[in-house]
Design a protein around this ligand. Sequence first.
Ligand SMILES: [Zn+2]
Length: 153
Amino acid sequence: MPDCELCGRSADDMYVVEVDGVKMQVCRACTRHGKFIGKVRREQPTPIRKPHKMTEEEEEVEMLVPDYGDRIRKKRNELGLKREELAKKLNETESVIRRLEHGDMVPDDKLVRKLEKTLGITLREKVEVKRPEAKHDTQEGLTLGDVVKIKKK
Ligand SMILES: [Zn+2]
């Protein structure tokens, strides 16, 4: 908080006055000691402006392949495993396997890793996600709506 250059008091509102030809920042009470010039515009705590870049940010993310169900079923058949046998290996239920194979259930990361390890297949692929840089000086993170293009490698 700025202090009045005349009385030393700190004040929210400061004014500029000219005293003997010298401009000073003073409190309201001290404005009477000089020639009133104007009010001091308080600096607003503005966020630091980053230069607006036109480039797109690219990010590589690992995503579940869309045909994970087919891959699981195919590999299970290759290995000559029944659903219940695979389920047992994975410590899951047969219905989980069935739903996975039908694409009715999206496995979580843990299950994906178990399936990959047990079956020796890959259920994830790297995709490049392109998204524009935030347009404004916002502190908010990007939302899903900012993901404009998903490109397969
Ligand atoms: Zn003062």
